[in-house]
Design a protein around this ligand. Structure first.
Ligand code: IPM
Ligand code: MG
Length: 357
């Protein structure tokens, strides 16, 4: 099988971690007889430097023409003072939107080998957790009308949250389908005691639930969800929520799994082509120092094999190799704690994973 993959390395640690994932994909390709053809495209701060805009049309076109997209991270202090519409982050939002990727899957689980990295109380850690965050990705306040205007108290700014029934239905459906393949439970997170969008969200999820009698549905207010994630994370199976709540809660979920450097994600739309990226950012403070944890990007490549190419066995092999490396004590700086634990570099960790494929 030959697969064309667009690489959006981006900024900061982006190039290092994408290079790691490419090395792992090539190793898998060799082992299982697949050919991956990679095409580099510019997006984010590096695109601003080269072309003046964060998301050149050529990048969108190349991504649309490829079978899948692997992304590192975008952004950095160099571009922080640019106006909102030409910030590096705009590239990410623009790509998600242009590719129609409304479903963002962010799995988070506790690696037994990393129990000591979990900041939670021992009895909670003991129970472990394994959840899938399903985040709506192309709607809500991220894409609503925004601007500046003269208000009652002088100049003000506003952002708008809007959700259509169609947008809620399709993301809820993704969550129900995912729950069927897991432990059969969906927790829908909203702020229905305050927000009208949340009331429509809740109504729509409940209506759809009738089609999935085998799936248990639970509503939870977002403030409570933030608390339950650290109090009782094992109670969650599939979590479905809006773009903004999902952004916030997925960072929280990553921290209780040990490090944000571990969480992969898949962004999917109607077709098979998706975008795969770690949930973390460009970490400009350690960029170019070969210190980044490549595991989230490597695990994102595994998700790509599974979802974009139906290569479940190959995806399992990568995930097992990562598990094994962690079990064997391999640690990058973000998860290396305690006496005598040597932090591996990004390239060393990558080699450890490849060795265990
Ligand atoms: C994420 C990131 C992005 C988001 C930023 C970089 C725009 O935080 O993927 O979680 O908010 O979606
Ligand atoms: Mg985020």
């Amino acid at each position: 099988m030959q697969m064309n993959i667009a690489l959006v390395k981006g900024d900061g640690i982006g190039p290092e971690i994408v290079t790691s994932a490419v090395a792992v994909l090539n190793a898998i390709g060799e082992k299982y007889g697949h050919t991956f053809v990679f095409t580099d495209v510019l997006a984010g701060g590096c695109a601003i430097d080269a072309t003046g805009i964060p998301l050149p049309q050529e990048t969108v076109d190349t991504c649309l023409a490829s079978d899948s997209v692997l992304l590192g991270a975008v952004g950095g202090p160099k571009w922080d003072t640019l106006p909102g519409n030409i910030r590096p982050e705009k590239a990410l939002l623009g790509l998600r939107s242009a590719l129609g990727l409304y479903t963002n899957l962010r799995p988070a689980r506790l690696y037994p080998a990393l129990k000591d990295e979990c900041p939670l109380r021992a009895d909670i850690v003991e129970k472990g957790f394994d959840l899938l965050m399903v985040r709506e990705l192309t709607g809500g306040i991220y894409f609503g009308d925004r601007g500046r205007r003269e208000g009652k108290y002088g100049p003000e700014a506003y952002d708008t949250e809007a959700y259509s029934v169609m947008e809620i239905e399709r993301i809820a459906r993704a969550a129900f389908e995912a729950a069927r393949k897991r432990r059969g439970k969906v927790t829908s997170i909203d702020k229905a005691n305050v927000l009208e969008t949340s009331r429509l969200w809740r109504e729509t999820v409940h209506r759809l639930a009738a089609e999935y009698p085998d799936v248990e549905v639970q509503d939870m207010l977002v403030d409570n969800a933030a608390m339950q994630l650290v109090r009782n994370p094992s109670s969650f199976d599939v979590v479905v929520t809006t773009n903004m709540f999902g952004d916030i809660l997925s960072d929280e979920a990553s921290q209780i799994s040990g490090s944000i450097g571990l969480l992969p994600s898949a962004s999917l739309g109607e077709g098979k082509r998706g975008l795969y990226e770690p949930i973390h950012g460009s970490a400009p403070d350690i960029a170019g120092q070969n210190k980044a944890n490549p595991l989230a990007t490597i695990l994102s490549a595994a998700m790509m094999l599974r979802y974009a190419f139906d290569l479940g066995e190959e995806a399992d092999a990568i995930e097992r190799a990562v598990d094994k490396a962690l079990e064997d004590g391999c640690r990058t700086a973000d998860i290396a704690r305690g006496e005598g634990v040597r932090a591996l570099s990004c390239t060393e960790m990558t080699a450890e994973v490849i060795k265990r494929l």
